[in-house]
Design a protein around this ligand. Structure first.
Ligand code: NAG
Length: 394
């Protein structure tokens, strides 16, 4: 609780100078795989107290959509994966939008529909064949009902990438690239974002001896330089996002915005889940929040603020899998903080503390607009290199 007071103090101070405009666009994932979570009305109060105005749910739960009506919280809702085969049918999609979305809009500020979650890498590989048609059917239903301000996309796991390091080598796995091209065509023509669920935690857990913890936690560190673009990265999340941008460019798509639909760090894990610990979770989220306050973009797109949705609001006790899965929450189900991330409710008055958030940045915030152009150039160089390589007689 100690951080609350400090955070508020500097919030107010910096608002005066207009530096905080970005914090209003912080998003959070409101998962509900728990049997002990508070009712949506209380969740809305919690979000309001945190000044969080963007949330995503993993279904179209009518209780949430009703409770969030007339609030200032923008919601992304989700079509469950198992619905995809049904929703390829335009009639069914129209029916779905008419019953799940239309009755709540615009009272409830639904801004996006996630059609499935991580479908490209789902264990059920048949799902992928329905994805793009389901997306198109939902979009056309929205158009028909005059609701097409609502963006349609699908969140992807980082496992869609074949290469992610260095970022300029970013490429999609060959087995998904056919459907991926169709999906990117849809995003490009509707100006919808590419959503990536990106967890530097996994990279650390899988190779803690070689992946520097400070680099994944956004702590001060020397970082890495992409040998091809010469861009400097001081954290893994931004490198992962830029790898996605390069992967899209390899398929011929340059103008699509990448948003982080999930990122987070578990505060607890099994003994073999290296790095899953409360201190690391607090550092990761706190450092990321601090960077969000600065409206940062990634090194490749320094002038385009990176939108991020944290995962997750609550620890969810009914999630299957290793212990970490049930411990991503910033909050316990009883609405007490799982750990202090420096984002907290004004209502709790508090106590002494030492200021531990400062807004000094270690970021390389390039004002260099030419980076925006560099992508095309480096793609060109890569293609040349690739061709030379291919021509080598073996
Ligand atoms: C809230 O839940 C946590 C974890 O279950 C527990 O440790 C804590 O004592 C609870 N706090 C209150 C006020 O009930």
């Amino acid at each position: 609780m100690a951080m609350i007071h400090i955070f508020l103090t500097f919030s107010l101070a910096f608002s005066d100078y207009g530096f905080l405009r970005g914090v209003t666009s912080l998003g959070i994932n409101y998962g509900q795989v728990g049997n002990n979570l508070p009712p949506p009305e209380n969740v809305l109060e919690l979000l309001a107290s945190l000044k969080i105005t963007k949330a995503r749910i993993y279904d179209t739960n009518p209780q949430v959509l009703t409770a969030f009506a007339n609030s200032n919280v923008e919601l992304i809702v989700t079509v469950e994966n198992e619905m995809l085969p049904v929703l390829v049918d335009p009639e069914q999609a129209l029916q779905w939008v008419s019953t799940q979305i239309k009755p709540y809009f615009p009272g409830t500020r639904i801004t996006g529909i996630a059609v499935g979650n991580e479908v490209f890498t789902d264990d059920d590989t048949t799902l992928l064949s329905y994805l793009v048609q389901a997306i198109v059917s939902i979009h056309e239903a929205l158009v028909q009902l005059g609701l097409d301000n609502i963006q349609v996309s699908t969140p992807n796991s980082l496992a869609v990438l074949d290469q992610s390091f260095p970022p300029s080598a970013g490429s999609f796995k060959s087995e998904v690239s056919g459907v991926m091209s169709q999906f990117l065509q849809f995003l490009s023509s509707t100006k919808a974002p590419f959503w990536i669920n990106a967890y530097p935690y996994y990279a650390y857990k899988d190779d803690p001896n070689r992946v520097p913890l400070d680099y994944v936690l956004f702590n001060p560190n020397s970082g890495m330089v992409d040998p091809y673009t010469k861009l400097h990265y001081d954290n893994m999340l931004y490198a992962q996002v830029d790898a996605v941008i390069f992967a899209m460019a390899r398929l011929g798509y340059n103008g699509i915005e990448v948003r982080v639909s999930e990122t987070g760090w578990p505060s607890k894990g099994d003994p073999n889940e290296v790095g899953a610990a409360i201190e690391n979770a607090a550092l990761y989220n706190r450092n990321l929040l601090r960077r969000q306050l600065e409206n940062e973009g990634t090194p490749l797109r320094p002038n385009m603020r990176l939108e991020v949705y944290l995962f997750a609001l609550f620890n969810e006790d009914m999630k299957p899998g290793p212990t970490s899965e049930r411990n991503y929450g910033l909050y316990q189900p009883n609405c007490t903080m799982a750990y202090n991330v420096g984002l907290s409710a004004p209502s709790s008055s508090s106590s002494t503390s030492s200021a531990s958030i400062s807004l000094t940045s270690s970021a390389t915030k390039a004002s260099n607009k030419e980076y925006d152009q560099s992508l095309v150039y480096w793609m060109f160089v890569h293609l040349l290199t690739f061709q030379v390589f291919m021509r080598r007689p073996f």
